[in-house]
Design a binder for this molecule. Sequence first.
Ligand code: AMP
Length: 620
Amino acid sequence: MAKVAINLSTGALQQEEVIVGIDLGTTNSLVAYIHPEDKNAIAINDQGRGTIVPSVVHFPKNGEAIVGTDAKEYLITDPANTIYSVKRLLGKSYGDLGEHKDYFGYKIIDDDSEGLVKIRVGDTFYSPIELSAEILKELRERAEHSLKTPVNRAVITVPAYFNDSQRQATRDAGKLAGLEVLRIVNEPTAAALAYGIGIDPTEEKTIAVYDLGGGTFDISILSIHQGIFEVLSTHGNTYLGGDDMDRAIINHWIQENQLLADTVNEDKHLSQELRLKAEEAKKALSSQQVYIGNISDKINCHLERHTFETMIAPIVAQTIESCRQAMTDANLQPEQIDAVIMVGGSTRVPLVYDTVSDFFGKPANNALNPDEVVALGAAIQADILAGNRKDILLLDVTPLTLGIETMGGLMDSIIPRNSKIPTKAGRQYTTSVDGQVNMKISVYQGERDLVKENRKLAEFDLKGIPAMPAGFPKVDVNFILNADGILKVEAVELRSGTRQEVEVKPQYGLTDEQVEQMLMDSITHAREDVSARMVIEARTTAEQLLYQVERFLEKNGEHLTEEEITLTRTNLQNLRDALPTNDKDTILRAVDTLEEQTSPFAERVMQISIKQAMAGKKIE
Ligand code: AMP
C-alpha cells in the first residue's frame, strides 16, 4: 500500500504521485491530471472514448452499475433504473427540492422533509452520495487505465454556492470511490487556475466566471488576493442552459412542420431523434450560418443562425440579468472586473460569447475548451497541493477533520481536513426529545464516519436549554481554529442565549505517523463506514417516524376509520420488526410504506381543526 507523507506545517504531500482533478458535473464529468514532464494540465481520454463522461448511472436488473455514455442510452428505454442529474440531489432534503420534484424520471423517497433524499431503484435505496461515488469510481478507473498507475487522491470541484452539507456529501462520495479528497475546490476558482489566474500569490484581481452548461447557469464574482480566492457573490439559475436552447429549436421546427407536430407526441423515437438533431443544429450554428438536416430521412429541417439567435435571446438576456445582480451584490461596476472566464459547452454559442463580452466591456477568455476548463484547474490545484510547484506558497492547513458527535454516534464534520487556517465554521443543531434541557457536545478529530473510530478531543454539556418540544431549540455550534492551531468550540442556544465553550489543541500528542494511519484507515474502511452510517440514518429516520405516528394516533385517532387504524398499527409493527434486521433497505421499505399510508392523515386532521376553529368563531 502506498504511504502518505504529509508535512503537517504545510499540508503538502511529500511524494511524487498522480493526483487527479475531477469536475463532478450535473450533466457531464471529467478527470484531468498534470503531465509529469511538460507540466501541462490534460483531460483524460481513456481508450479514445472522449474526455466527457455523462453523469448518468444505469442499474441493470442483474449486474454492476453502468456509468457514462453507455448508461445514457437507458434514459429513454429504462428511465426508472437510470439516474441522471444526481448532483442536484447531493446533500439535499426532499423539502429542499421544492417545485422541482417532478423534474426527475426516477423515484425519490420522501421519508421526512428534514432527512436527506434517497433514490429507490427496484428494492434498493441509494443515497446521492453512493450514486455520485459510482461516477467518481468510473472516472478513477478511466484515469488508472489511461495513466497505468493507481489513483488514490483527488481534488474535486463543486459550485461556489454549495453549502457545507453539499460539500461534505461530495467528500463522502470521493471516499466511497476509494479516493482521498485532498480538497473541495469551487468550480470558478478551478476555472481561473486553468487560465493561470491566481497562481502567482502577488497577483490581485477581481474576476467573473460565467458558466453556462446543459442544464445550469452560474455566475461567480471572485476576488483574488495573496493566492486566496474569495467568492464575492454568486447568482444563476439551476434550471437554465443549453437544453433550453435545444427545446426552443424543437418548438420552432414543430411549429413549422405539420407532419412533425402530428407525430412527435406518439413516437418516442422520433422525439428522441428530434432532440438530437436540435442539439446538432445548435452546435453547427456555433461555427456556421445555416444548418440543413433531416429527421428519419423524411422530414427536412433547417435553421439559420439569425433565427436561432432571435429564439435564444431571452435565455441569454436572463443570464445577463443574473450577471447584473451578481455585480450589484458584489458592489462592483463592470469596468472593475479584470478578467472574464467562459465555462460550459453553451458558451461556444457566439451570441452568448458576444453578449457576455459586451456586458463586461472586454473580450472574455475562451481559449481553453469550456467543457474541460474546470477539470484542468482542479488538476492544477491538485499539483499545488502535492507540493510539485515549488514557487507556490502553501498556507497552513488542518491535517484532519474536526467535528462533533450526532445521533447514533455519527461524526458530523465541521472543519474538513486540509482547510486553510485560521478558519471558522459552524452548524445549527436541535434537540431530539421533548423537554430536553441539556445537550452533550462531544468534539472529535478524524476521517471516519463513526465517532468511536475517531479521536475524542473534548466534551461538555450545554445546560439550561429552555424546555421545548423536540426540534424547537436552536443550538449554534461554532468551531474557531486560530493560526496557532488552537480550536475553540462554542455552543449557544439562540432563544435563551445559554452559552458554553471549550478550548483544545487538536494536534497535541499526535505524530505524523498517526495522522497518516488515520487517513489510510478512512479510505480502507470507507465502504463499511458508509454502510454503517446509512443503517444508523435509516434507524434514526424510522425511530422518528414511529414516534410521530404513535403520537398522532394517540391524539387524533378519533378522525381515522377502524380500517385505517388497523392498517397503521400493522405498518407500525412492520417497521418495529424491521429495525432489528439492521438492513437499511428493509428498514427504508417499511418507512416508505408507513409514510405513504399515513401522509394523507395530517392534512385531513388539519382541515378538520380549521373547520372547527371557523365554526367556533362568533360574530356579534
Ligand atoms: P456542459 O454541461 O458544460 O457539459 O455543457 C453541455 C452543453 O453545451 C450542452 O447543452 C451542449 O449541447 C452544449 N454545447 C456543446 N458544444 C456546443 C457548441 N459547439 N455550440 C453550442 N452548444 C454546445
